[in-house]
Every structure is written in structure tokens, then in C-alpha cells.
Design a protein around this ligand. Structure first.
Ligand SMILES: O=C1O[C@H](COP(=O)(O)O)[C@@H](O)[C@H](O)[C@H]1O
Length: 266
């Protein structure tokens, strides 16, 4: 299996931060500003969330911006939240990325800041979908229902203003893991993973094609255990099959946000 690096997308650049807290705060501020601008200019903003330590930390930092009034003026009725990947577990399971996002931010936005519940587009849970493949089909249909007529990349997808992605120590992004056939799936927006090396094994993920359709891709990468993956992602010649994060690129912008520890080998 050979997976080509998308060289037509934006080359990655790095932004460095002292530690996870300062990174999460800065990314949350940028996210709120981007959403405000996108809603003003385009009438709606679609954002893709990630799980993981820095991903959920960023959402917790965004919650603080709302509580402090710094997110004032952002019309949440025009903001849609999607996910880059999800673990196929029962609704409410604490390991679900959506559950963690609810607790960190989304419950607050619904309860106090006017986010309509129908703007939260969670990937299916176990029971709603019994297999990863079924989950992928269901989510593809949800995405297609929000696709504009001139859908990006020829796929039925919303116009994603930004996709947030964590990076695993093994170089995975979303639920696209090293060596897995999911990396080579094209022409579809979603894929099921039956055998993730990181538990739980059953997952649903956006494909590379869907990720590349986004205007911006922002990775959030913290901790010493990510330093090798970050180093390899920026090395010329590392295959995408070995470090999927290397191919996390947006159409117009790709930014790796790294803390000092994760950037220590760059
Ligand atoms: O399993 C997953 O892991 C990654 C990275 O998580 P981290 O805790 O190592 O930062 C995450 O981005 C992805 O959404 C998640 O499902």
C-alpha cells in the first residue's frame, strides 16, 4: 500500500508554545476569532473537533473564553460542530470524544450561549451503528445533508473552516493509524476502523480526502511522547503510511501547534 502525500494542499508551518495550557488558550482564541469572522463573511461556520488531551484542553480553554465574555459577538446559531473521529462506544461513554467535548464545552454552549442542539453533529454511538462500516455510512449521510451544491473536493461535505486534529505518539491523526488500509481510502468522506491499535478498536474516521477538503487544518500536539512523531512528520521522505499525520493538510492553511516538549526534536 502506498499513500501519496497531498502536495497540492498547504505546506505545514509550526507555531510553538511553552506548554499545553498556553497552547490550548492560544488555539481557543484563534478558533473563536476564526468562527466569528467566518460567520460574518459566509453566514455559517463548520468546525471539526478532535479528541485527545490537547484537543479537549482547547475546548476547555474555549469554555473559559465564553465564561469571561471574550467570545462575545459569536453567533452560535450559525456554528456547526463535527468530529474528525469517534470511538464506537455507547452514548455517554466517557471514552467517547463527543462525551468529552460535551463536558468541556458543548453542554455549556447549549445551556447558556444559544448553541442549537441540532448544530452538534456527533458521530454515531454503538447501538446507533453496530459496526464501524455502518457508522461511517451514517456519518457520510449526515455530512452530505450539510453539503453545499459546489461541495469541496467533489465529496458531499460541508465547507469546513477548520479541522482540529490531535496527533498520537504513533503518528496517527483522527482514527487513521499507521499501516491501516483506511489510509488508502479515496472518494469517500468517512471510513470505519475495526482494529485500531489504540483502544477501543472500533472507530469511525474522516478520510484523508475529507481532511484535505478543509480550508484549514490545525494540529494540536503536546508532550514529550509526541516528539518522535512530530520529528518524523517534518522529515522529508517519511512515508504517510508510517506517519499519517504527515498528510494532515488543509487546502489553504496547515498549522502545527506544538508545545516545547513535542517540538523538542524538530
Ligand atoms: O484516539 C485518539 O487519539 C488522538 C490523539 O490523542 P492524544 O491524547 O494522544 O492527544 C485524538 O486526536 C483522536 O481524536 C482520538 O480518537
Amino acid at each position: 500500500m502506498t499513500v501519496s502525500l497531498n502536495t497540492a494542499a498547504a505546506e505545514p508551518r509550526t507555531e510553538l508554545f511553552e506548554d499545553r495550557d498556553s497552547l490550548c488558550r492560544a488555539v481557543a482564541e484563534r478558533l473563536v476569532a476564526l468562527l466569528r469572522r467566518t460567520v460574518e463573511e459566509e453566514g455559517a461556520a463548520h468546525v471539526v473537533l478532535t479528541g485527545g488531551g490537547a484537543g479537549i484542553g482547547t475546548l476547555a480553554a474555549a469554555a473559559e473564553l465564553f465564561r469571561s465574555g471574550a467570545a462575545e459577538g459569536l453567533d452560535l446559531a450559525a456554528v456547526h460542530f463535527w468530529w474528525g473521529d469517534e470511538r464506537l462506544l455507547p452514548t455517554g461513554d466517557p471514552e467517547r470524544n463527543a462525551q468529552q467535548a460535551d463536558e468541556a464545552l458543548l453542554d455549556l454552549l447549549v445551556a447558556a450561549y444559544g448553541l442549537p442542539v441540532e448544530n452538534i453533529h456527533r458521530m454515531p454511538s454503538f447501538a446507533e451503528a453496530e459496526t464501524p462500516a455502518a457508522g461511517a455510512e451514517i456519518y457520510a449521510a449526515q455530512l452530505a445533508a450539510h453539503a453545499p451544491h459546489d461541495s469541496p473536493a467533489g465529496l458531499a461535505l460541508p465547507r469546513f473552516a477548520v479541522i482540529l486534529l490531535g496527533v498520537g505518539p504513533d503518528g496517527h491523526i483522527a482514527s487513521l493509524f499507521p499501516g491501516k488500509t483506511s489510509l488508502a481510502v479515496t472518494g469517500r468522506s468517512t471510513v470505519g476502523e475495526e482494529d485500531s491499535p489504540k483502544p477501543p478498536p472500533a472507530r469511525v474516521s474522516l478520510t484523508f480526502d475529507a481532511i484535505h477538503s478543509a480550508h484549514r487544518v490545525w494540529t494540536v500536539v503536546t508532550g514529550e511522547d509526541k516528539a518522535d512523531a512530530a520529528e518524523k512528520a517534518f522529515q522529508v521522505g517519511t512515508p504517510v503510511e508510517e506517519i499519517p499525520a504527515k498528510n494532515a493538510r488543509g487546502a489553504a492553511e496547515t498549522v502545527w501547534h506544538l508545545d516545547r516538549a513535542a517540538a523538542s526534536k524538530l
